[in-house]
Design a protein around this ligand. Structure first.
Ligand SMILES: O=P(O)(O)OC[C@H]1O[C@](O)(CO)[C@@H](O)[C@@H]1O
Length: 364
């Protein structure tokens, strides 16, 4: 009789809750979706499937890192077998645990400060980092009339911006920004370099490059300080990463899309503008009565938004059941997969062509 064990095919791993203490209030809608208790009113974010950690801690700190429900760091699982998890070859970057994305739930009960993230060129030259922090928001819920503030509505003079930042003149900054009233189902791309803020009342899923690099122009509405607001580079240097040019309506049209989140569809639907594709991708998988075409193979973070069902692979790996509020890290080795049942699953993955695009450049 043979004693050979059958090889276990790769399956999605259920992730434990991973709330983050932050400098702004919120988090109750995360707790309600995830079926957990909020420990403080300053837990407005959950980092989903994160293999990068929060910046404001000792080097090597674990805050931010996702764990499986058994307490194992996802970072360690990916680093031990990058080919199985991300499909990447051994030489794709310096960090074997790199998945190419960071996904968050963000539930703002107060307005986020006006802030900006660097692009790849700035991060490489000043911060020894190959990623910048282009990000995108997918709106899950919004109080009526709540808005995001995206880019300047007219060119601003860099010296005046310095003065207004030093004076913490929130009113001036906000009144010089584009205000976009949001609604459930809206996808918004925020290119690196673009000043932005998010009103209280907005609950969103965020997909971004896997870094924690922020420049706060407006620290006074948070528990942060001026000294914590310039990435340790000083404002004189860091303002080089901040665009002072207007973001015109003609460009905003390419940065905002709307999707009916209640629709059932026969294929995964992209929830973000096409310009997001080189950075990250976010799909809704909500099959109709005839099922749905599969999501491509690759690392993804899957969030069960509503209903119940199973993640079903074409590889023959055992399906994994889910119910609303659960989060999974899906390995590339699970192959192409789809959803059975009544649920709606959001699936976030790295940009098209990742990780080759990291080395080939051409992305801001
Ligand atoms: O990057 P920081 O300083 O944590 O900023 C607060 C939040 O604002 C965002 O950049 C959204 O605008 C989040 O990614 C981030 O967690």
């Amino acid at each position: 009789m043979s004693t050979t064990q059958p090889t276990r095919l790769a399956q999605p791993t259920r992730l434990a809750p991973n709330l983050i203490e932050h400098f702004y209030r919120g988090g109750d809608r995360i707790a309600s979706l995830r079926g957990i208790e909020q420990q403080s009113e300053f837990q407005p974010e959950e980092w989903l499937g994160a293999t990068v950690s929060r910046a404001d801690q000792e080097p090597g700190g674990a805050i931010g890192l996702a764990r499986t429900v058994d307490g194992v760091l996802l970072r360690d699982l990916v680093a031990a077998d990058p080919a199985q998890w991300t499909g990447a070859g051994p030489d794709h970057g310096t960090d074997a645990a790199d998945t190419g994305i960071l996904v968050k739930l963000l539930d703002a009960r107060q307005r986020l400060p006006v802030h900006v993230h660097p692009d790849r060129a700035f991060a490489a030259s000043h911060l020894d980092c190959s990623y910048g922090k282009t990000e995108a928001w997918f709106i899950l819920d919004a109080e009526p009339g709540s808005a995001v503030h995206l880019g300047w509505s007219e060119d601003v003079d860099p010296d005046e911006l310095d003065r207004r930042r030093d004076a913490q003149d929130s009113e001036w900054m906000l009144s010089h920004m584009n205000r976009i009233v949001v609604q459930r189902g809206m996808g918004i791309l925020v290119p690196a370099g673009t000043a932005h803020a998010i009103d209280g009342g907005i609950f969103l899923a965020e997909v971004q490059e896997p870094t924690d690099l922020s420049i706060l122009l407006e620290w006074s509405v948070t528990t942060s300080t001026r000294d914590e607001s310039h990435l340790g580079l000083g404002f004189e240097t860091v303002m080089g990463a901040v665009s002072t040019q207007a973001l015109p309506q003609s460009e905003i049209e390419h940065l905002v899309v709307l999707h009916d989140l209640d629709a059932r569809t026969d294929a995964p639907v992209s929830l973000l503008p096409a310009d997001a594709d080189p950075y990250f991708q976010l799909f809704a998988v909500a099959p109709g009565t005839d099922g749905s075409a599969p999501v491509d193979a690759g690392f993804s973070v899957a969030l069960a938004l509503t209903g119940a069902g199973a993640l079903v692979s074409e590889t023959g790996a055992e399906a994994v059941e889910f119910s609303a509020g659960e989060v999974f890290a899906v390995p590339a080795g699970f192959g192409r997969w789809t959803v059975s049942g009544s649920g709606t699953v959001l699936a976030a993955g790295p940009g098209a062509g990742w990780p080759a695009t990291l080395a080939s450049g051409g992305i801001r």
